[in-house]
Design a protein around this ligand. Structure first.
Ligand code: PNS
Length: 161
């Protein structure tokens, strides 16, 4: 059984992310959650914060490792000897961009494959951006994100208000 990676921004991690990593961990010897350090959009949480929120949310899954990278995903994959990315798909709207990235990645690094895992229907509407928007305006994100993320969001926006 190979080791797979779940790359993403995780700004912040949601229950949808946790669900995909948990389920992927059942099919692979290990899963490396690869957190992009500097996503194209300025993140709310630093890479260290996102790593620590993920480590906390996934502490119950033994074969999961949290890592971070900068630059191209294919270079990170090569450095770790990983040849498989697992990405969650919530809806058809995710598919076009995800397919494009998967095809670019396999063009840059032949032998790097991408598999898609369908999101649980209960998390199909969930995104990090919506979670941030709800939290920013004082709405409750409890149940949508791991407890540590809910606390971090209220601290972050509480401090700023
Ligand atoms: O959670 P996200 O924002 O959908 O994650 C996107 C991510 C980080 C997986 C993607 O942007 C990425 O791999 N970035 C690294 C830069 C890269 O390799 N670009 C070329 C791939 S098309």
């Amino acid at each position: 059984m190979p080791v797979a990676m779940c790359p993403g921004s995780f700004d912040p991690p949601t229950r949808g992310h946790v669900d995909v990593v948990e389920r992927a961990s059942r099919y692979f010897e290990g899963v490396v959650v690869a957190v992009i350090a500097n996503p194209s959009k300025e993140p709310l949480f630093s890479v260290q914060e996102r790593r620590s929120l993920l480590a906390d949310a996934l502490a119950h899954v033994e074969n999961v490792e949290i890592a971070s990278f900068d630059g191209l995903l294919v270079d990170f994959a090569r450095s770790k000897g990983i040849t498989l990315a697992v990405k969650g798909l919530r809806a058809v709207s995710d598919f076009e961009y995800e397919l494009q990235m998967a095809q670019m990645n396999t063009t840059l690094a032949p032998g790097l494959d991408t598999m898609f895992m369908t999101a649980k229907p209960s998390w199909a509407f969930l995104s990090s951006s919506l979670v941030k928007e709800v939290a920013r305006y004082g709405g409750s994100v409890e149940g949508l994100v791991p407890p540590g993320v809910a606390t971090a969001l209220s601290e972050r926006y509480g401090r700023e208000r």
